[in-house]
Design a protein around this ligand. Structure first.
Ligand code: PBG
Length: 329
């Protein structure tokens, strides 16, 4: 490994000039490395700011066209749709998830009709935007039921696939759901619909601002520790990924991102499968608010994003995806 010795070897030699640094750089970012989240709200002509996520907005459907136009212009490969569900539409069972006229379904149809395959559409498969208790599945005595929840997730998946969703992203962490969803998709003629499994999703406090963004914050009873992973563990991440690959996942996600770079690397080294990383809302919020306060320079954004690439991520879900060049100018 060490091929020379000071003073004949000087590593600073190649760092001296910008051209030389550029020549030897090992990692970089391109538009292809990003998935752009989009928050949706009901109504007309609204672009609503989100207090904990300065620079990120919720859009009504009539306002998303300019946003998607921009994503396409910047050559981003995919958007991820997240609905803010009105409280009156939430209930214990999250039945709004299966309403073919819900916000996500209408958004998928609108985007597909207008943009065809110019950009991919990814949708979460989970019930938390729709349940009155804020959990990702069906709740019984404080516990999220596994198999019963899968039945609903399968129907949610089929519905979103029928609407034209390209990539289904189960973010619920039920055991065995990838296999069931794959089987149902195949049996119903959706054999080309991809599955990006949130295979390694930790029970994390970094999701706080997201829950604010989709309106489930005050609602969540307890925490998600009986289904999302314990952040003290890493072996378990490999078991989760192995299972999901066997069950038919096309890609896997590690989430959150920055505090879990070791996990991204571990997954990438052990499985030759596309690995996505999610720079979640809390990470965004920490960076954006510190930059706005002048506590850190905005280059922390690139430094963070490059660390995902160094760790081995193929792409990153980031709330910065559409604005990187503008911010850094
Ligand atoms: C819901 C879901 C969450 C996120 C994406 N999908 C929150 C959660 O599990 O509570 C978090 C994304 C973010 O924080 O940016 N299943």
């Amino acid at each position: 490994m060490i091929t020379g010795k000071y003073p004949s070897l000087r590593l600073r030699r190649s760092r001296k000039n910008d051209w030389s640094r550029r020549l030897i750089e090992e990692n970089n970012l391109s538009p292809n490395d990003f998935i752009l989240p989009v928050f949706l709200i009901e109504g007309k002509n609204k672009k609503q700011s989100i207090k904990s996520m300065p620079g990120v907005y919720r859009y009504t459907l009539d306002k998303i066209t300019p946003f998607i136009d921009k994503a396409i212009k910047k050559k981003l490969p995919m958007v991820a749709l997240f609905p803010y569900t009105e409280k009156r539409k939430k209930n214990m069972l999250g039945t709004e998830a299966l309403n073919e006229d819900n916000l996500v379904c209408r958004a998928i149809q609108l985007i597909k009709k207008r943009y065809k395959n110019e950009i991919g559409i990814m949708c979460d498969v989970a019930l938390d935007p729709y349940t009155s208790h804020g959990h990702d599945g069906l709740l019984k005595s404080g516990y999220v039921l596994n198999d019963e929840t899968i039945n609903v997730l399968v129907n949610q998946s089929l519905l979103q696939a029928e609407m034209g969703c390209d990539v289904l992203a189960p973010s619920d962490m039920m055991d065995g759901r990838i296999g069931q969803i794959r089987k149902a998709l195949d049996n119903n003629g959706h054999h080309m619909t991809q599955i990006l499994s949130y295979a390694v999703k930790y029970a994390s406090s970094f999701y706080g601002p997201f829950r604010d963004a989709v309106g489930s914050k005050g609602l969540l009873k307890g925490n998600k520790k009986n289904y999302q992973m314990d952040f003290k563990n890493s072996n378990e991440a490999l078991r989760e990924v192995a299972l999901d690959i066997k069950e038919g996942a096309d890609m896997v996600m590690v989430k959150p991102g920055l505090p879990y770079l070791d996990i991204i690397k571990l997954v990438k080294e052990n499985f030759k499968i596309p690995v996505m990383a999610y720079q979640v809302s809390g990470e965004y919020s920490l960076l954006a608010n510190s930059i706005n306060q002048g506590f850190v320079h905005k280059e922390v954004i690139i430094e963070s994003l490059i660390s995902f690439k160094r760790a081995g991520a193929n792409a990153i879900v980031s709330y910065y995806a559409d604005r990187l060049d503008e911010i850094l100018k």
